[in-house]
Design a protein. Structure first.
Length: 383
């Protein structure tokens, strides 16, 4: 993909210049209100709703009628009460009275299929479109890539801020630039590991994804979670890092449970039947040193199963280092943002992104389908 330029994406001011007086205009705002829900179906964290307010308020202050639209969860193209937007609509009503919210976009199969008929329904009666759904802008879905083909369109304030910060990491790195990656699913992240090797000075790897790297190094991992299909790729990435003079830091101790299910700490070779659930204290201290010495840090993915107190300390130590370091700190998305909030450190980093997958893809590719659409150069074959 060619290097995008944020400056070619219309802003809200550009939209106003194009459309003229916004008073009385109906503006469709694609937001990412895909919020975490607790067991009772209540909103566990309204961060993504609050993050859309600057754009919504800018529009309502100008007299526009704001119609927001979002997906919630992954319903399968049909209404599913579990994913009703009602709790979000209620919270939005408290934060931004009078703003409409359409039903879950993914209740219609046309959303994920980018069906032209669904796009036509979305823009029916709409005068302008604003994409403020950074967290969903890596999806070439109808509500993300469709409307700019038909109505004057712009990026909202949140999308603008996210793109500025994340492309800033990519294009103007301060060194040492360290990426800290964790979480369980390595297949989502190998592309970004490879892309980041070209940008960062070192990559710190924790979370269950470290076991696939251990396997690539021939270390025994007991019964820990790993992705057998990805072992070769991890081996290749370790070799590639060595060739490029980059460092991949892997944990050298692990906490988890032994074959009898008892809490235990291991080195980097796990005995039969053992399961690793967190980086150990030595690794947490070492990772924390790397973060303290950096000038720029991007963190995505927890270091362990932090929802369980016994396995929260690796993630907590890394979160604390993110808060304490003088480096410019960016935290990408879902679980790591939730971890920061759990440790009450979310105000202590420079930027908490509302997008997990989207921030990784933007760092990896330097562009997203949603941004291409706003520039008028999204083509289906890019998706
Ligand atoms: C997210 O939560 O990562 C975004 O809302 C995108 O959701 P998705 O991964 O279900 O497309
Ligand atoms: Mg996601």
């Amino acid at each position: 993909m060619t290097a995008p330029s944020r400056s070619t994406i219309p802003t809200l001011e550009d939209l106003e210049a194009q459309v003229g007086d916004l008073a009385g205009k109906r503006v469709l705002v694609r937001t990412d209100f895909n919020v975490p829900l607790d067991e009772s179906g209540a909103i566990a964290d309204d961060f993504r709703i609050r993050a859309a307010l600057p754009t919504i308020n800018w529009l309502t202050e100008r007299g526009a009628t704001v119609v927001t639209a979002s997906h919630l969860g992954r319903p399968k193209g049909a209404p599913d009460p579990k994913y009703s937007m009602d709790p979000v609509r209620q919270r939005l009503g408290e934060l931004a009275p009078g703003v409409e919210l359409l039903e879950n976009l993914r209740f219609d199969p046309g959303e994920t299929a980018d069906d032209p008929a669904f796009v036509a329904r979305l823009v029916d009666g709409i005068d302008a479109y604003v994409n403020d759904a950074f967290g969903a802008s890596h999806r070439a879905h109808a509500s993300i890539v469709g409307p700019p083909r038909f109505v004057p369109s712009a990026m909202g304030r949140l999308l603008q801020k996210e793109v500025d910060v994340l492309l800033g990491l990519r294009d103007k790195p301060r060194r040492p630039f360290v990426a800290v990656l964790g979480g369980a699913k390595i297949s989502d992240k190998l592309g970004v590991v490879e892309a980041l090797l070209g940008v960062v000075d070192s990559i710190v790897i924790g979370g269950a994804m470290c076991f696939t790297f251990f396997a690539a190094q021939g270390k025994p991992i007991g019964d820990s979670l790993f992705e057998p299909d990805m072992v070769d790729t991890c081996g290749r990435l370790l070799a590639q890092a060595r060739e490029q003079g980059k460092v991949i830091h892997l944990p050298d101790d692990i906490t988890g449970v032994d074959a009898s299910g008892t809490y235990a700490t291991f080195g980097d070779r796990l005995p039969d039947g053992a399961k690793g659930f967190d980086i150990g204290p030595g690794s947490a201290a070492a990772f924390s040193d790397v973060i303290m010495d950096a000038r720029m840090v991007f963190w995505n993915g927890p270091m362990g199963m932090f929802e369980d107190d016994r396995f929260a300390s690796g993630t907590h130590t890394v979160a604390q280092a993110m808060a304490d370091t003088k480096a410019f700190t960016v935290v990408g998305g879902g679980d790591s943002a939730a971890a920061l909030a759990q440790f009450r450190l979310d105000d202590e980093v420079d930027h908490v992104s509302t997008g997990g997958g989207a921030s990784l893809e933007l760092l990896e590719n330097g562009d997203l389908p949603g941004l291409q659409a706003l520039r008028g150069d999204f083509r289906d074959e890019d998706a």
